[in-house]
Design a protein around this ligand. Structure first.
Ligand SMILES: C=C(O[C@H]1C=CC=C(C(=O)O)[C@@H]1O)C(=O)O
Length: 436
């Protein structure tokens, strides 16, 4: 029987495991781990998977056990779409990585709930024993040494800027010809650290700075990567009461006036280009509802939403899956929605091809989706919360690669779109450069 640490109930002399202890134990054993904090919540969650090589699954929220999903942008490749009995066209999404919750922990920041760590019943007992023994050794041996200070240096790539601006101009020409209506082109930015940074410390700083974001850190040892994000964009959520939620997010401006004073969201001014860009994302969601003949949805917005240093336009869509008798709505919509026109474009397939042909980097897990599935966090029942993986970076040793994209329409101005991606990189950079 493995320990079930109810952390708050242990005596103060106990070496209580913190998120960082579990994360580092997982790392030392080569086990994947995910750490996350939901928007507007205080509790942080962590799971460790005992699968050194993660299974690639179809993102089926109705079938998967408790765990965490990370999908690449491009998970439609390989097979032709298939039609289900509902007449729904679904892609092949078995590129999605699944971290099964073998070890599960919740770290409470509020005095009302207790922090908990436990081994799930389905986890392999021998592996779980190894994990707990390694954790105990780690706790016994840890010293309260000074945290290592790392400095981060962003690399300025003038060629990357020139290439991005050229590609935006090509996209604008294609849209003016009528080839497609919207495309999201992305770029990368590299940051070199003096030492490999502490992912859990970065995660904690992001949680503190961006309370309304979904913040996550996912360690994937088989790739030698840690992905860290603070995303404002919900893709699909289904709560314990069967309430389905999704949102359309687009249009970007700084959340601050040039003199540094914060803007008031209700007074934000949006251009016609930005209003149209966001309306296209909403239309895409509504078209997905139409494909499954779902009419009973609540649409709220567009409203201006603060996302860290930025503001966006957002419309929320809600469906009571019990009232409409559609329990699988989350899974079905996930397959239809991804990749939405907030990260791909419209029409989707033409925009997808334009991205493939013009972006010179691989998006990998950027603009895919990320989040917990079937996690029973508050005893009310399992919940799934998947977010669009933007405002993210890939950490490989002491090098971070940040990703940012901008939604383009025929009215886009190439230099401005580049500046927009710079602002989006700033969401993570502000935290990385602030070494407190
Ligand atoms: C693609 C990204 O943002 C999307 C979400 C909100 C606003 C966006 C925009 O204004 O272009 C993008 O569609 C990104 O941050 O990399």
């Amino acid at each position: 029987m493995q320990p079930d640490y109810s952390i708050n109930t242990l005596s103060t002399t106990d070496r209580r495991p913190k998120a960082t202890n579990l994360w580092e134990t997982a790392h030392s054993l080569g086990f994947p781990a995910a750490l996350w904090r939901l928007p507007n919540q205080l509790d942080k969650h962590l799971i460790v998977s005992f699968d050194e090589i993660l299974p690639r699954v179809s993102a089926d929220l109705d079938e998967l056990p408790a765990g965490f999903l990370v999908s690449p942008f491009d998970n439609l490749a390989g097979t032709a779409p298939t039609n289900t009995s509902d007449g729904i066209s679904t892609g092949n999404s078995d590129q999605t990585l699944f971290l099964r919750a073998d070890i599960q922990a919740a770290f409470s920041e509020s005095s009302k709930t207790q922090s908990k760590v436990h081994t799930n019943a389905t986890a392999d007992t021998a592996t779980a024993n190894t994990f707990w023994q390694t954790l105990s050794a780690h706790l016994a041996g840890q010293s309260a040494g000074k945290p290592i200070k790392t400095t981060a240096t962003p690399l300025h790539d003038l060629e990357a800027q020139a290439e991005y601006v050229r590609n935006v101009a090509l996209a604008v020409e294609a849209m003016q010809r009528g080839d497609f209506r919207k495309v999201v082109l992305s770029r990368t930015k590299r940051v070199v650290f003096s030492d490999a940074p502490n992912a859990v410390a970065l995660f904690d700083k992001l949680c503190a700075a961006y309370p309304t974001a979904f913040v996550s850190a996912v360690s994937i040892p088989e790739k030698g990567q840690i992905w860290i994000s603070a995303t404002p964009e919900r893709l699909v959520s289904v709560d314990a009461n069967g309430i389905f939620r999704t949102a359309s997010l687009a249009g970007t401006q700084s959340a601050f006036e040039p003199d540094g004073t914060p803007k008031r969201p209700p007074e934000a001014m949006w251009s016609q280009k930005e209003i149209e860009e966001q309306a296209l994302v909403s239309r895409y969601i509504i078209e997905c509802f139409k494909k499954i003949r779902l009419r009973e949805y609540l649409e709220e917005g567009p409203k201006t939403l603060i996302a860290g240093n930025l503001m966006h336009l957002s419309t929320c869509f809600t469906v009571d899956t019990q009232a409409v008798r559609y329990p699988q709505l989350g899974t079905v919509m996930l397959r239809l929605l991804h990749p939405t026109s907030a990260v791909c474009g419209m029409p989707r397939d033409v925009a997808f091809r334009f991205i493939e042909q013009h972006e010179t980097h691989q998006r990998e897990l950027y603009s895919g989706f990320v989040g917990p599935v079937n996690i029973n966090a508050n005893k009310e029942g399992p919940e799934s919360d998947l977010f669009v993986h933007i405002r993210c970076m890939k950490l490989e040793g002491n090098v971070a690669t940040l990703y940012a994209g901008a939604g383009l329409t025929e009215d886009s101005v190439p230099e401005r779109e580049w500046q927009e991606t710079e602002m989006k990189c700033q969401t993570l950079l502000n935290i990385m450069m602030n070494d407190k």
